[in-house]
Every structure is written in structure tokens, then in C-alpha cells.
Ligand binder design. Structure first.
Ligand SMILES: Cc1cc2nc3c(=O)[nH]c(=O)nc-3n(C[C@H](O)[C@H](O)[C@H](O)COP(=O)(O)OP(=O)(O)OC[C@H]3O[C@@H](n4cnc5c(N)ncnc54)[C@H](O)[C@@H]3O)c2cc1C
Length: 252
């Protein structure tokens, strides 16, 4: 049974008409960087009763932050996100007290280089993992690829710059913008960039069986096609019963 606690919105940031971040104060059970919890609101049913509607959202913050932050995209016809987008400082919402998820440092395969490949709001758990810091002790090179349609969807740039300054030369940020020419990174989707060798070329870091480990998060189509592209290069899923190089989490 989910244990629900009340949270209070302490900050709201609207990055665009669809993308927003909620900072929430709530008494949650301890969690790890890369995990998610569930956010919920009481919403009216067709019959006029109230029911709790809740979905999974990843923490963007490191656990030591002292607040909980979520990066959310509005699904215009969605049940919950249009209401989450309306929340203001001081409003309350429900949070599952206990976090879940396996995109955590102790579940990632050991290696030299970690390639974190995300789309949309799924950059969130990677920002959490990076800011938590332990990842920089485990891996030498940290690549953060972010697939979006438009350059205006490349949120959290200041935080990414701070991470790059914290570990000079070790945090490689690769925006992958599909619908408009962009001044940096890659023009196109992550799976194609892998298949064409463009991702490695952009970072200046070739894939290798010994060194490269991958963690994929976001749009299930991207996750599926990226997995296929990596499997064609000889990499395998990382399972508890059989070590491989690739971990992943689908957002829907
Ligand atoms: C482990 C996990 C972590 C998640 N973390 C986040 C997060 O940090 N931020 C976040 O915005 N969402 C996240 N999601 C998705 C989130 O749980 C909801 O599915 C989403 O917010 C839809 O809510 P809704 O009720 O408005 O839409 P619904 O009425 O439930 O409509 C769902 C449909 O919207 C689309 N959709 C769902 N999520 C997304 C998305 N993120 N980007 C684009 N299209 C989407 C899909 O087509 C899906 O079938 C996560 C999902 C999982 C499983």
C-alpha cells in the first residue's frame, strides 16, 4: 500500500508553455539519486466524486538538497499534468513517501565512461545522479546527451554548466535537437547519432567494450532504438543475473 504524505510547493519554474519544474517540501523517506516518486492530486471523476490521480516523477535534485524537485512536461490532453502545471507556491499535493527505481549508482555497471542518454524531462534523473556526486568517483568521463525537438527545450543549462565546472573536462553535454538547426551538439536523434558514429565524434570519445557503459531514460521509442543501436555495436543489457553495459528506464 502506498503511504501518501502532503507536500507544499515552495518554488515553481516555467521553462516554456509546456515545461515546468516544481520544488516541493515534504517529509519523504530517504531516497537515492536517480529514483522517482509519485505525485498526486485529488481530481473530480466524471461522476463528480474526488479521486487521487498520481503518476511517477523523477527527482531532479540530489538527495542531500533539502528539497524535492521535479521536471515535468504538460501533456495537453493528459489527466494530471494540466493540473500540476497550474500549481503555485503554497499549494499542496500528494507524494508517495517511498521512492522507487533502479537508475541508481549501485545498479549501474562499472566501467570508465558513463553515457547518460535522455529525451525530454528524462534528463532529470541524470541531473540528480550528477549533482549527488558519487558518480564522478565511479566513472572518469560522464556524457550527458539530451534529445529534444527544439533548442528552447534545453532546460537546466546553468546547473549543467556548474557540473562541468565542478569536474573540469569530465562532463560532456550533448544537446540533440531534432526540429531546428542548433549551434551545438548534434542535429538529430540519439539512436541515429549512435549508428552514424556522430555521438562519439561529437564528444571525441570512442565507444569501447572495456570502457563504455550506457544508461538510457525517456521516450520508449528512443530507449528501444538506442538499445538496438548499441546492441549492433556489441553492447548488452545489464541485468542483475548477467552483467552487461546498458541500463534503461522508460517514461511511459
Ligand atoms: C519511472 C517514471 C518516471 C517518470 N518521470 C517523469 C518526470 O520526471 N517528468 C515527467 O514529465 N514525466 C515523467 N514520467 C511520466 C509521468 O509519470 C506521466 O505518465 C505523465 O506526466 C503523464 O501524465 P498525464 O496524466 O498528464 O497524462 P496521461 O493522461 O496519463 O497521458 C499519458 C500519455 O502521455 C505521454 N507521455 C507521458 N509522459 C510523457 C513525457 N514525460 N513526455 C512526453 N510524453 C509523455 C504518453 O504518450 C502517454 O501515453 C515518468 C514515468 C515513469 C514511468
Amino acid at each position: 500500500m502506498t503511504e501518501w504524505v502532503t507536500g507544499r510547493v515552495s518554488a515553481v519554474r516555467h521553462w516554456s508553455d509546456k515545461l515546468f519544474s516544481l520544488r516541493v517540501e515534504a517529509d519523504l523517506a530517504p531516497y537515492q539519486a536517480g529514483q522517482f516518486t509519485r505525485l498526486g492530486l485529488m481530481l473530480p471523476t466524471a461522476e463528480g466524486a474526488l479521486e487521487r490521480v498520481a503518476h511517477a516523477y523523477s527527482f531532479v535534485n540530489p538527495p542531500q538538497a533539502g528539497y524535492h524537485e521535479f521536471y515535468i512536461v504538460l501533456i495537453p490532453q493528459g489527466r494530471l499534468t494540466p493540473h500540476l502545471q497550474q500549481l503555485q507556491v503554497g499549494d499542496t499535493l500528494w507524494l508517495a513517501r517511498q521512492a522507487s527505481g533502479f537508475l541508481t549508482l549501485d545498479e549501474l555497471p562499472a566501467g570508465r565512461d558513463l553515457w547518460m542518454l535522455s529525451t525530454g524531462t528524462a534528463i532529470g534523473p541524470f541531473l540528480s545522479l550528477l549533482a549527488a556526486g558519487g558518480i564522478a568517483e565511479r566513472y572518469s568521463q560522464l556524457v550527458l546527451a539530451h534529445g529534444v525537438r527544439w533548442g528552447s527545450e534545453l532546460s537546466y543549462r546553468d546547473e549543467i554548466s556548474q557540473l562541468q565546472a565542478r569536474w573540469p573536462g569530465r562532463v560532456h553535454y550533448v544537446p540533440c535537437v531534432t526540429r531546428e538547426p542548433w549551434r551545438e551538439g548534434i542535429a538529430g536523434r540519439i539512436p541515429a547519432a549512435i549508428a552514424q558514429g556522430a555521438l562519439e565524434a561529437c564528444v571525441g570519445l570512442p565507444f569501447s567494450a572495456d570502457a563504455s557503459r550506457f544508461v538510457l531514460c525517456g521516450n520508449p521509442q528512443m530507449v528501444k532504438e538506442t538499445l538496438q543501436a548499441l546492441q549492433l555495436r556489441g553492447f548488452r543489457k545489464h541485468l542483475r543475473r548477467e552483467a552487461g553495459e546498458i541500463c534503461m528506464e522508460n517514461y511511459w
